[in-house]
Design a protein. Sequence first.
Length: 225
Amino acid sequence: MQQTREGLSGIGLLERATFLNHREPEFYDALLRSDERFFASIAEAVRAAVMHAGAKQIFCDAVEFYNPVHDLGLPIAHAALKGEDDAALFELPLIFQNNGSDESFVFQRPPQSRIAASSNISLSEEEFEAKAAARDHAYTILVQQLAPQLRKVPREHWMNEYVFPAREEVPRPAPDTRLRYEQRAALLLERGEIAEPILYREHYLPVASALFRSAEASGAGATIV
């Protein structure tokens, strides 16, 4: 949260931000427990914040198969917006894992299946400088994890932001995809650094599916444009 505060402060938007003040480990622990109630409560809190702001367009992390907590953004948003027909929901790509057996990632671009439906915005020089400052200095966690890959991405690539209409069901990886977070968990388990791995089918999919079901049970839901 502190790094997000620094990033928002750099563009003068910190005072307009609302934080739900949950620590990231809470989400991982809840995933391991398949705690559907926890995530339902998060969806209700997001709903309250959206209603208070009177938001008509909502943007969430895209499901990219890179991090299971990031991938819960879409299911939570769907559950939060149940019954709100005049709210449009979009996904924002961050780190998409390509389908296949090898670890291959694309930064801030939608998957091939969503490119035709996507819109993109070209950043001004001032906007790019603010983005680069946040990327390189505020979000040090990102740099620690991905510095070699980030350095390979040309400046021109970062100058465009993409957004695409939110999908109406839980996106699923291709059968032969080896998810990065499952491989990472297996390594940490072997080292004795974790007691249990978070897995897509055993942990993520049941929680995400439950959130989507709750949205469907409440009516038409948000407009997917």
